[in-house]
Design a protein around this ligand. Structure first.
Ligand SMILES: [Zn+2]
Ligand SMILES: [Zn+2]
Length: 162
């Protein structure tokens, strides 16, 4: 999805840190910039590798601590994509209503938004007397490439997460 609104996500995270009286250290800034500079879902190891490309002193512990803060802020969400693989999703800051299709073979993740689902959410919550504050729709399947050609181009490129 689009990378627009990076500045907005950064501002909101800085506000979150300020409310908790936490400082933005140099390492945290590097990690934050990497996270809000991508629209890919990533693993903690990938984030560590990307951050170290910018600043070799970034530690694994700081990556994990910063990821925890980012998820607590609601700007990044953890996504369980199956087979024990957890990825982080930086796209909720700009697209709070998006959902995921996940290929169980190549673990490619496709994001989508659906007006039909939003209408269903409205209808169900009104009928049952709820105000929805968070939503999570995750569809797992197999991508067409694998079914029709017996292989998935996503997997053959060697990328495990999208
Ligand atoms: Zn997503
Ligand atoms: Zn696939």
């Amino acid at each position: 999805m689009a990378r627009s609104g990076k500045a907005g996500a950064t501002r909101r995270f800085l506000e979150f840190l300020r409310r908790r009286r936490l400082r933005l250290t140099g390492q945290r800034r590097v990690i934050m910039d990497v996270v809000f500079g991508t629209d890919r879902h990533f693993t903690a190891d990938e984030l560590l590798a990307w951050s170290r490309r910018r600043d070799r002193s970034v530690s694994r512990a700081t990556v994990y601590r910063t990821l925890l803060l980012l998820t607590q802020s609601g700007l990044v969400r953890e996504l369980d994509v199956g087979r024990g693989c957890v990825v982080y999703d930086p796209n909720y800051a700009h697209h709070p209503h998006h959902h995921h299709l996940i290929c169980q073979d190549c673990q490619r993740i496709v994001e989508f938004e659906s007006e039909a689902f939003s209408r269903l959410e409205d209808e169900v919550s009104r009928r049952l007397g709820f105000t929805v504050v968070a939503r999570r729709l995750q569809l797992t399947g197999t991508c067409d490439a694998l079914r029709t050609r017996g292989e998935c181009p996503h997997r053959s490129r060697g990328r495990r997460v999208g």
